[in-house]
Design a binder for this molecule. Structure first.
Ligand code: AMP
Length: 223
C-alpha cells in the first residue's frame, strides 16, 4: 500500500505520517526532511535546493523524484510506505505512477482552514538536534524551548517565517491543490478534518486505512 498524505504545509502531515509508520509499519518518506538533511550537510544537491526552499518555492521535480526512487525499491518498503510532502504537483504524481505501477494507492487529505493553518505554522517548533516537530498549541514540549526526545534546543524553521509562509501557501494553492481533483478522479481520495486533536485525526485516518487495506486484500485474493 502506498499512502500519500496530502494537505497544506504545516497541516500535520509529518505528525500523522509518524503515527501511521508506527501503527502499520509503513516507513515514512518526507521529501522536505530529506532535502533539509542535504542542506544541512551542504551536499551539492542541498546547495541547489536551499535557495528554492528558503523562498518557499518547490525544488525541481527531477531532484525529488530521484530521492523517492532511491528508497521505494528497498526491502523495508516492500509492504508499503507513507509519502509526506510528495507529490506536490500533477507532474510528480504522474511520474510516481510510471516508476511504480503495481502498489495500490490511497490519498489522505488533511484539511484545514487558512486561518488555522497560519496559526499552526506560527506555533511550529523543530528540534535542532533530532528534528522532532512540536507545536506550541497542539504538541507542547514538557520543558519550554527544549526537545522532549533529545534535550536539544527547539527552533523555528527558516521557511516558517511569515513572508516565506505566504509563498508556500501560494505554491500549495497554485500547484498542489490540483491533486485533489486528480486523485478524486482516480477514486483514491479521502479527506479528513485536520483541525481537531492529533489523536482524533489519527483515529479518523486509521479507520479509512483499515477499510481500504482490507478492501485491497480482498481484491487481491479474488484475482
Ligand atoms: P515540507 O517540509 O514538506 O514543507 O517541505 C519544505 C520545502 O522543501 C518545500 O517548501 C519545498 O521547497 C521543498 N520540497 C519538499 N517536498 C517537495 C516536493 N515534493 N517537490 C518540490 N519541492 C519540495
Amino acid at each position: 500500500m502506498r499512502v500519500i498524505l496530502l494537505g497544506p504545509p504545516g497541516g500535520g502531515k509529518g505528525t500523522q505520517g509518524e503515527l501511521i509508520e508506527k501503527k502499520y509499519g509503513f516507513p515514512k518518506i518526507s521529501t522536505g526532511d530529506l532535502l533539509r538533511r542535504e542542506v544541512q550537510e551542504k551536499t551539492p544537491l542541498g546547495e541547489m535546493a536551499r535557495a528554492k526552499m528558503n523562498q518557499g518555492e518547490l525544488v525541481s521535480d527531477d531532484i525529488v523524484i530521484e530521492m523517492i526512487k532511491h528508497r521505494i525499491f528497498q526491502p523495508d518498503y516492500k509492504r508499503g510506505y507513507v509519502l509526506d510532502g510528495f507529490p506536490r504537483n500533477v507532474s510528480q504524481a504522474q511520474r510516481l505512477e510510471k516508476i511504480e505501477k503495481e502498489r495500490p494507492e490511497i490519498v489522505i487529505d488533511i484539511h484545514l482552514s487558512e486561518q488555522a493553518l497560519i496559526q499552526r505554522l506560527s506555533a511550529r517548533r523543530v528540534c535542532s538536534g533530532c528534528g522532532t516537530v512540536f507545536n506550541l498549541i497542539a504538541r507542547n514540549p514538557k520543558k519550554e524551548g527544549t526537545c522532549d526526545v533529545c534535550g536539544s534546543e527547539l527552533i523555528k524553521r527558516e521557511d516558517d517565517a511569515p513572508e516565506v509562509m505566504k509563498e508556500r501557501l501560494k505554491v500549495y494553492h497554485e500547484q498542489t491543490e490540483a491533486l485533489i481533483d486528480y486523485y478524486s478522479r482516480k477514486k483514491v481520495y479521502f479527506r479528513v478534518d485536520g483541525e481537531g486533536k492529533v489523536e482524533t485525526i489519527a483515529k479518523n485516518i486509521y479507520s479509512i486505512l483499515d477499510r481500504e487495506i482490507a478492501r485491497s486484500r480482498e481484491m487481491e485474493a479474488a484475482r
